[in-house]
Design a protein around this ligand. Structure first.
Ligand code: SP5
Ligand code: ZN
Length: 342
């Protein structure tokens, strides 16, 4: 399997995130992608290629132009305000606050365009985010050119980012951009299978009213897990998209036996949809040692996960999302890819 990877991810290295009431070093760190790349090379998964340049147009097929402009200019605005540490939001528009007026000040803009404090913006963030999206688009193009599968080793991740907001370590929704590119290049139906531990609220939101993209997600129950405000089983899509969103929330402590049942059900939904291509949002924060998550999958379980996905027999783009047990992230992510190929 081909891997697409760019060193530019290292340009994004946030200092701190707000967790358990403290500013702590970011769990989403450059060594994550380095570990995955090292494992890809150690097992000889296949060629590793740099991304091609697709420009802004495919990004704007998914994201709001004002939001993208904000991402591009946020660091400049922040540093112009005399600040040299990471940019973070400090106020959010909750119920009955106005969202029909976009603030002009950088602090207002950060709150307007962010869902949480997990999205630090640094001097190199935009370039890393940009290249991460190009990595996903390059993967989409490979499928379009006839590859059975490809691995977009994206960092930063993307599935919490929606059309016009960032959150949960995510800025642009790499998987959604790849899906839209596949659609625009001729795939009639594309399915997303999101196996990251956290619900992919951004991806769900982007495709919620569409019947050409099925989104299926297996994740920690939002009653007790981030992102808390989306990811329930009764979210089935709306309008023409009704019946084209499927959520499989699972409790804290979930082990492989229960996970596998949800995975089979999600795969069955994908099979019924008969997509021309499948995009897998590949988070391995379902791992038992993950420092911020509560599922209990073991490293060999990821081989089985890959086998299930491979059994769908669909051209498949794997897009890297979360996974914070840095020592094992490479083994777990590449196990999925090797299981897929077995
Ligand atoms: C892409 C991705 O996996 N994003 C995850 C973002 C999660 N951010 C909130 C984490 C909250 C963790 N709470 C548990 C703390 C354990 N001490
Ligand atoms: Zn996650």
């Amino acid at each position: 399997m081909l891997t697409i990877y760019s060193d530019s991810h290292r340009l994004h290295h946030g200092q701190a995130e707000l967790i358990d009431g403290e500013m702590r070093p970011c769990f989403e760190m450059p060594s994550r992608a380095d570990m995955v790349l090292a494992r890809v090379q150690a097992v000889g998964l296949g060629e590793v290629r740099p991304p091609q340049a697709f420009g802004l147009e495919p990004v704007l097929r998914v994201h709001d132009a004002g939001f993208v402009q904000f991402l591009q200019s946020a660091w400049q605005r922040w540093s112009a305000a005399g600040r040299s540490h990471d940019a973070l939001p400090l106020v959010w528009p909750v119920r009955r606050l106005r969202t029909d007026r976009i603030p002009q000040d950088i602090d207002g803009l950060l709150g307007y365009y962010a869902m949480d404090a997990g999205v630090p913006i640094t001097a190199g963030t935009w370039e890393a985010v940009w290249q991460s999206a190009q990595v996903a688009m390059t993967g989409a193009q490979l499928l379009q050119q006839g590859e059975r599968a490809a691995f977009a080793l994206c960092r930063p991740p993307g599935h919490h980012a929606a059309r016009d907001y960032m959150g949960g370590y995510c800025y642009l929704n790499n998987a959604a951009i790849a899906v839209q590119m596949l659609r625009d290049q001729g795939a009639e139906r594309v399915a997303v299978l999101d196996v990251d531990y956290h619900h992919g609220n951004g991806t769900q939101d982007i495709f919620y009213r569409r019947n050409d993209v099925l989104v299926a997600s297996i994740h920690g129950d939002p009653r007790v897990e981030y992102p808390y405000f989306l990811g329930y089983a009764d979210e089935i899509g709306a309008g023409e998209g009704e019946g084209y969103n499927a959520n499989f929330p699972l409790p804290h402590g979930t082990v492989w036996a229960a996970y596998q049942q949800a995975l089979q059900a999600a795969c069955e939904r994908v099979r019924q949809f008969a997509p021309d291509a499948l995009v897998v949002s590949l988070g391995v924060d379902t791992y038992q040692e993950d420092p911020i998550s509560q599922f209990k999958l073991s490293s060999p379980d990821y081989l089985r996960m890959g086998e299930h996905i491979g059994g769908l027999g669909c051209p498949t783009l794997f897009v890297m999302e979360g996974g914070y047990a840095v020592e094992e992230i490479g083994i777990n992510a590449v196990n999925v890819l090797q299981g897929f190929e077995s």
